[in-house]
Design a protein around this ligand. Sequence first.
Ligand code: 5GP
Ligand code: MN
Length: 339
Amino acid sequence: MKKQDIADIKHLLSSPKKIVIVPHKNPDGDAIGSTLGLYHYLKKGNHNAQIIAPNDYPNFLKWIPEEHTILKHDSQTKVCDTLIKDADIIFTLDFNALHRAGNMETALAKSNAVKIMIDHHQAPDNYAKYIFSDVSMSSTCEMVYHFINMLGDLNEIDSTIATCLYLGIMTDTGSFRFPSTTSETHKIIAHLIEKGADNAQIHNNVYDSNSYNSLQLLGCALTNLKVIPESRTAYITLSQEELNKFDYKKGDTEGIVNYGLSLENVILAAIFIEDKQEGIVKISLRSKGNFSVNDMSRTHFEGGGHINAAGGKSYLSLNHTVEKFISILPSYNKALNNE
Ligand code: 5GP
Ligand code: MN
């Protein structure tokens, strides 16, 4: 971000403002952690801040301070649209194209508020007046930390803000193991622990909150795991019927795709999850090294994300989606075997 942008934003925030903060649809730990971290910071500056999520998020995120104040646009559309229309400033966090906010897209595009994007995904759109975009960042939470620092307010970080930011750095780095984790990330994490983030408790809240059914669903997913050795690829399917059998709840499939990537010699992993209600197959892709699942997802599955983690969707049946995936793999064999 340019020095002038920071000065402008500092000036903008020097008097109380009506602020709406928006994460992407199907918010994850980084989306919820970054929006809540920023929310608590802005509240300390006496702003009238409100987080509006496009839709609900998993139960394993429902313990973060003030999380219950988050409005959901899909079930509270009218009140949310009014807040968006009346806002002075709209922060969009952890996404960089308005369609990633689902049905909020129209209201956001129409709003005259000053828009500020903070995000670490590839290829940002140009809808915001101020764009803080950095694909080298581990997480949007790490960027919110830098944002607060750029505004000269690191001393405002208390245990609540530290907890929120720790959460998203932890979830987006796979607990500090993905290549996006830098020494700077660790320094920030150390500072957040000093400020009062309870690292063991946060980890426990997120990762040790499985239900019996969600573990059985994981078992089903692992039973469905297939490997294509010549493409160094593993994939998993979950049909709507299987999800129903194990009483699927939002968040139950989070992280399952990574099991494929834990296989020796596999560098591309996918999961295909049938969603009959939305009429789509939701796709998650993960890779190791330089193989870009962001490119693969943009080219074939109407999605995007990062080099090593991306998502997308398909309107074909579950079987046909898998067939399509298998049919495109040979064109990537060279890249996959050069890793
Ligand atoms: P996940 O597979 O966990 O849903 O998402 C992996 C990464 O890709 C996340 O950073 C997420 O924000 C992004 N992502 C997931 N689905 C989509 C999508 O449909 N479109 C785009 N552009 N990005 C996505
Ligand atoms: Mn993120």
